[in-house]
Design a protein around this ligand. Sequence first.
Ligand code: BTN
Length: 327
Amino acid sequence: MTNPLNNPAPRPDLDEELLRRLFQGPLVLEQVAHDLLLPPEQVRQSLQELSRLGYQITTFPHRGIILQHSPDILIADETRARLPENIFARQLRIFKETRSTNDLVFQAGVQGALEGFCVLAESQTHGRGRNGRCWQTTAGKGLYLSLLFRPSWPPERAACLTYLTSVAFCRAAARLTGIRCGIKWPNDVLYQNKKIAGILTEARSQASRLEFAVVGIGINVHQQPGDFPEDLRARALSLGMAGAAANLRRAELLAVLLEETLRLYRAPWEDLRTEWKSLCLSTGQPLRIQCGRRIVEGQMIDIEENGHLVLRLPDGKIEVINSGEIL
Ligand code: BTN
């Protein structure tokens, strides 16, 4: 398996710097070369390399060099150019294919990688969902990534990172496409009652301390019904199928997702909890929840401080559930 730690984070490089400037407006080759103390030929070569990747870069006689169109590809340089200060973007590695991005980030966590380490893959050979289910990837059409967190929290709060990421995705989808997704406890993001994204949080703890948590998110972006396995087709949706991704580039969705994730991670948990509850489709609803071998029925009334679900049972008693699945 590829060891991401053998591959140190690249320093801000010329491609990243050029993309950052191109996103801001026209540039003049000689000026960039002068600013960066580089020979103009090196800047020209880097621009040609970006053109080869599909960035449509045109030189206009009196206006300078302009980025006219960006391709729907995922390269770390673009994410870093968009989010120069973001801990996830700074440590982002992108693979064409891997077993599971959660596996890679978990392994990196064990080896001491810093908080913010992030792996994205175009496809996964062993993508995982909750409860041992398989998560199928469609190369070039979805976003599949895992993030490393090292909060100084007790282990039972790891689930809060699932909530955080689902709210971050709902915010990103609303910002970029205008659609309002909802959250199905504990880890599904739905639109029109169909699943558009799923989150898998896996944690390692030492005694009463959370050592690290890996949060993996799979987002359906450009898939069509035929891209999903037949048994999921009736329950799965992509942003494209929802009519919300015509001009959406996955790189932009990634950048906004990482931006919102970091913003929420730095925000007070109470604020996140309030927002999560407002997005949660199950709040106030009667639910049947599979908890191990038991089925619990009741009305969802709250999420506790530590992220556990609070249900009111038919006899009025309160039951707190830390993990389960809505049936
Ligand atoms: C679920 O809905 O059950 C969770 C799905 C999580 C899928 C993502 S894709 C990126 C990361 N790598 C994995 O193997 N799983 C998560």
